[in-house]
Ligand binder design. Sequence first.
Ligand SMILES: [Zn+2]
Length: 145
Amino acid sequence: MPRRTKRRRSRASSIGNVSCPSCGRTPKSRKELMDHVVRQRTLTNVSFSGKVTVTVMGIVECPNCGKRFRVVLSKVKLDASGKSPKERVLEIIRKEKKISLKELSEKTKFSERALRLALEGYVKEGTIKGHFEGDVFVLDERTVT
Ligand SMILES: [Zn+2]
């Protein structure tokens, strides 16, 4: 029977140095780690200045001792030099009016997933008015000045 330890908030380990906090086992590969992810959650943080951090958290179950622990599976900061990523994305959208995530991804080098999350964030906070039609983001024309 696994010993119950006191519940405490431990900082989630990052992908580079993942090891089980209970038995110390380290997955041999990322694939092995991903095979033992039992739950996954994506957190998007859009700061006021427009910086977007997309973090994918996972709960991993240790194949050796069965202990579950949190791991940061990926963390992407949408940061760019010069114009903020937000400004770049908004500029492209205002120009194109309608753009697929694929195209936007090619232009900005951000992943489609991250862009979708970021755009949803911008819509939510009222920075732009628009909506998704499948994988295409459509700007609400009335907001164009
Ligand atoms: Zn373990």
